[in-house]
Design a protein around this ligand. Structure first.
Ligand SMILES: Cc1cc2nc3c(=O)[nH]c(=O)nc-3n(C[C@H](O)[C@H](O)[C@H](O)COP(=O)(O)O)c2cc1C
Length: 210
């Protein structure tokens, strides 16, 4: 199947059948998330992979009781940094220098520019910026799951504070941003599975400026 065929096959599954997704597929989905571009390359988020059924059961009631939370195979929780700190910024710049094996003046000036701005900003503003970056990885994970013919359900319908509490995210300087159950569709209980995909026409989406 071509990529677009797979993206047409994909839909936000409303019911899953509990079947396990093979670990190599999950690894490739996570790798696609890891490869996502982010602002300044900071990757200001972490991904929690919940396989534990009891933890999924704790999350379901604070996620609008959506059945896919417990009937999925792996529940991905995208958790963004609660703010940008000097340590977090330095970690990524140092990692870049280490991996590339050299220091570059322009890059160091850019590091300093970020150090002079982000940590001084309001934590809420920083979290919102970090959460946007998490969504890019989330989107790549959705596409990668489709590529693997694994179903997924993007989920914003949850109480972030309750999920933070269940997973102890605040202590780690993280806040939950968005959830992504991975699994396999249960067609017999899914009202959406046979409905035609609805998207606005290209003309209402795209403006070409020649
Ligand atoms: C950020 C985001 C949050 C969403 N939250 C939920 C959710 O909590 N529950 C749900 O059933 N669907 C959720 N959806 C699914 C959308 O309703 C769905 O993607 C949209 O209607 C398009 O349909 P399709 O994905 O089946 O093509 C969410 C989608 C996105 C991108």
């Amino acid at each position: 199947m071509e990529l677009l065929d797979k993206l047409n096959w994909r839909y936000a599954a409303k019911a899953m059948n509990g079947e396990k997704v093979a670990e190599d597929k999950v690894e490739r989905i996570l790798e696609a998330a890891r490869l996502a571009p982010t602002s300044s390359g900071l990757q200001p988020f972490e991904i929690f992979v919940i396989k534990n059924q009891e933890v999924k059961e704790q999350i379901r009631p604070v996620a609008w009781n959506q059945s896919v939370i417990t009937d999925c195979s792996h529940l991905l929780v995208f958790a963004a940094w609660d703010t940008y700190t000097a340590d977090r910024i330095n970690y990524m710049f140092d990692l870049t220098n280490e991996i590339r094996g050299f220091k570059n003046e322009g890059w160091e000036n850019y590091r300093q520019m970020l150090l002079d701005s982000y940590p001084q900003k309001d934590a809420e503003e920083n979290f919102n910026h970090a959460a946007k970056q998490a969504y890019i990885a989330f989107s790549q994970a959705i596409a990668a799951a489709a590529f693997e013919e694994v179903d997924s359900t993007p989920i914003e319908g949850f109480d972030p504070e309750a999920v933070d509490e269940i997973l102890g995210l605040r202590e780690k300087g993280l806040r939950s941003a968005v959830l992504l159950p991975l699994g396999y569709r249960k067609e017999s209980e899914d009202w959406l599975v046979n409905l035609v995909k609805v998207r606005k026409p290209m003309k209402d989406l795209v403006t070409v400026i020649d």
